[in-house]
Ligand binder design. Structure first.
Ligand SMILES: Cc1cc2nc3c(=O)[nH]c(=O)nc-3n(C[C@H](O)[C@H](O)[C@H](O)COP(=O)(O)OP(=O)(O)OC[C@H]3O[C@@H](n4cnc5c(N)ncnc54)[C@H](O)[C@@H]3O)c2cc1C
Length: 478
């Protein structure tokens, strides 16, 4: 139970929901800190031997029910390790002409394709499939939202991959048949020796009633273009950033969005007529990065007069009255709503039977193997449990480095050599603050017992670092 509960409220909960299990308060937040990402809601199933069998930050009924069924149907020692992606692997023999199929041409897919091409001679085919014709540099969506970028400046046609000896197919992945080692698309079928799944996280605004009527999707190009248009004529009022559910990609993005909008309102001389709010289920900004980082960003939020609502359990949108409502019945009227919709694994991954109980693909933390011979998964579609039991955040920097590792492992296997590449959980991110300034944080997420993340002093230098990275990314890969 949450930190706000008392023994009495726990007793009432137990009675009301006719629960057979003990319900206890966690007044000091001890269990919360030990077992969660610092996010609510969080469901954790602990086995008879005290080991965590299942943990998730969303209401994944299917996963939770499966884990509970497993607990009751099997003896304690036979419980599966939910985060282990390793199953017995049939080793692919070094192939004279291998076919490597990469699903998704976002961050992970594009990097993996290039690294494979650099390492393998041309007789080995590298096939990339994406439903989108363009690669979009998502971090720049936030600049686009405040009028500092146009769409054509932050996306590139994926047909450019062909110039590097990579086959690109603009197509929808419809099915992954792991037994036949075949990927079916709307118009084709591709057999593979190696498969890299980098399909990202699907945004699911349709799961929030009224989202399309009331909110603009902060995580999509169309949504950010609509936000920019709305901000251009915004006369003043209440602007809110709402994180509807957990997990979500790029833990910094909702905060960056609020900072950039706040700075824009000052430039437009409407700041004194505008309230800015952030509503999030997290207990602090970027909780996985630890309390020092959370405190630093919270201080920046307060310094800018932004209203911060952590531990916000979002319930519903009421487009008629333009209200957002929390589960405890509080409602707030909002004129302009920037929404981070719930994230899900793509359906094609679910139907392939690749998902673990977390609702994402469980992979080996260092090799990114997904439990089937020659099959790897990288990026946002995966779930990796960190040494302390928390989950690796979903971010492009991890998809990027995982892609390098997987490419090295596959290329080495094909060449019959041994790869020393191993994903080490290191990552970094810029945090845009507005006014041409940014912060920068970098860390070791596989550190024990908890990730070690360091934040560097914010300034113009880091903002220009992010601009330089954007230019490099778009020129280097496409
Ligand atoms: C506003 C914003 C700001 C961000 N800022 C940062 C940042 O500063 N730093 C950072 O590290 N990360 C950032 N991120 C997160 C980063 O973009 C993602 O973590 C990263 O793109 C994940 O890479 P991926 O390869 O796993 O998935 P993606 O890059 O999402 O690629 C998945 C691809 O799969 C394709 N696809 C999906 N389903 C199908 C299908 N059935 N058939 C065919 N194709 C399909 C999609 O079209 C897509 O191209 C940001 C994200 C957003 C939205």
């Amino acid at each position: 139970m949450g930190a706000f509960e008392t023994p009495e409220s726990c007793r009432k909960w137990k009675e009301e929901f006719e629960l057979a299990c003990p319900v206890i308060p966690d007044a000091e937040g001890t269990l919360f800190r030990q077992l969660t990402n610092g996010w609510v809601p969080c469901n954790i199933l602990v086995g008879r031997d005290g080991k965590v069998l299942f943990s998730e930050n969303e209401f994944d009924d299917a996963g939770y029910s499966t884990a509970i069924a497993g607990l009751y149907s099997a003896p304690a020692k036979a419980q599966p390790e939910p985060e282990s992606g390793e199953r017995p692997i049939r080793r692919a023999s070094p192939s004279a002409a291998a076919r490597i199929v990469i699903l998704g041409a976002g961050v992970g897919g594009v990097v993996a394709a290039h690294h494979l091409r650099q390492r393998l001679p041309r007789q080995h085919r590298i096939i990339v499939i994406d439903r989108s014709s363009d690669h979009l540099f998502s971090p720049s969506l936030l600049w686009l939202m405040v009028g500092n970028r146009r769409a054509d400046q932050i996306r590139r046609p994926l047909t450019r991959l062909a110039g590097n000896g990579i086959e690109f197919h603009h197509d929808e992945v419809a099915a992954i048949d792991l037994d036949r080692r075949l990927v079916r698309t709307r118009s084709n079928a591709f057999s593979f020796d190696y498969l890299i799944v980098s399909l990202g996280a699907r945004l699911a605004p349709e799961t929030v009633e009224g989202f399309d009527e009331m909110a603009h999707n902060l995580y999509s190009l169309e949504g950010c273009e609509r936000i920019r248009a709305a901000l251009e004529t915004f006369p003043g009022g209440t602007i809110a950033v709402l994180v509807a559910a957990l997990p979500f990609k790029c833990p910094a993005a909702p905060y960056e969005a609020a900072f950039l909008v706040e700075a824009l309102c000052r430039t437009k001389h409407i700041r004194d007529k505008t309230e800015i709010h952030i509503f999030t289920p997290e207990h602090q900004p970027m909780p996985i990065a630890g309390s020092a980082m959370g405190d630093a960003i919270t201080a920046m939020i307060h310094a800018r007069g932004i209203h911060y609502h952590p531990l916000y359990t979002f319930q519903e949108l009421r487009p008629d009255t333009r209200e957002i409502v929390s589960s405890d019945g509080r409602s707030e009227r909002v004129d302009l709503l920037l929404g981070v919709p719930p994230h899900q694994a793509p359906e094609v991954v679910r139907s392939a039977g690749l998902l673990g109980v977390s609702g994402w693909i469980h992979v080996d933390a260092t090799t990114l193997r997904a439990g089937h011979d020659g099959v790897f998964a990288i990026g946002d579609v995966t779930s990796i449990r960190l040494p302390g039991g928390k989950m690796l955040p979903k971010a492009g920097v991890f998809a990027h480095h995982q892609a390098e590792v997987v490419a090295d492992v596959i290329a080495s296997e094909i060449r019959g050599t041994e790869s020393r590449a191993s994903f080490n959980g290191k990552g970094y991110c810029w945090i845009e603050l507005g006014d041409g300034k940014a912060g920068f944080a970098s860390g070791r997420f596989y550190a024990e017992p908890d990730p070690e993340v360091r934040m560097f002093h914010p300034g113009r230098f880091w903002h220009w670092g992010k601009v330089a990275f954007e230019k490099w990314w778009l020129r280097h890969w496409l």
